[in-house]
Ligand binder design. Sequence first.
Ligand code: HPA
Length: 273
Amino acid sequence: MEQHERIMAAVGAIRRAAPLLPKVGVVLGSGLGGFADSVTGAVAIPYGDIPHFKKVSVAGHAGRLLLGKVGGMPVAVLQGRYHYYEGHDIGDVVFPVRVLAKLGIASLLLTNAAGGIGSELRPGDLMIIRDHINLMGLNPLRGRNDERLGPRFPDMSAVYDPEFQDVIAAAQQEIGRTAIRGVYLALSGPSYETPAEIRMLAGLGADAVGMSTVPEAICARHMGVRVAGISCVTNLAAGISKQPLSHQEVTETADRVKSDFIRLLELVIPRMG
Ligand code: HPA
């Protein structure tokens, strides 16, 4: 079956389960799934019930699509994402975002947990992504291009919508946080980086490093969806602090900033319509 047919089969199943037409899409990153409770009147669809969605494996990822409202804005929230490091094909990683785009979202908020490289970043910071560097080793658009999705050579000169960056910055100030913008760099993982790799990534212009988001952002832009991104800095990158890295630290920090993260998204999402 062609990719476009698979996408439209998923769209059809979601429309039958929930009539709501979402305007904004949200992807909740590692340990950030708690925001799902802020979606009102939500219809929850487990990924397993959506045609062509894969099953989710990593701890901290629930694996369901929520359709409901946040501050009156109709939203589609992906609670749990597929990571390339899990062994999924990159087409399966970006499939849910493509489905949301065909479901009719005009904008997409991508969130993730990331390691802080920039000297101004501290664990617990919520960094506004202003650009990305794709070092995953692959591009999700490789292969035959389907013009029904987007152009062969999509522009990537402003992936993270400048207006949305300002919306997030204003919301940060409203909740009493300083707005920090930075460049997110994606590697495939799943091992964390070595200190030498982090020194290299700093030299390349990265402020934060993680294992997701970039393929989804590329596909959303390919399909003409406006994109915003927030990285929850859960730890300092390898070698920046003396401490060894652990997934536990990542989930603990994400949990610590949970209430600010939720307040931020509740302010930002209604302004992304
Ligand atoms: N490196 C890569 N991915 C991450 C990190 C990190 O330090 N923290 C959270 N996700």
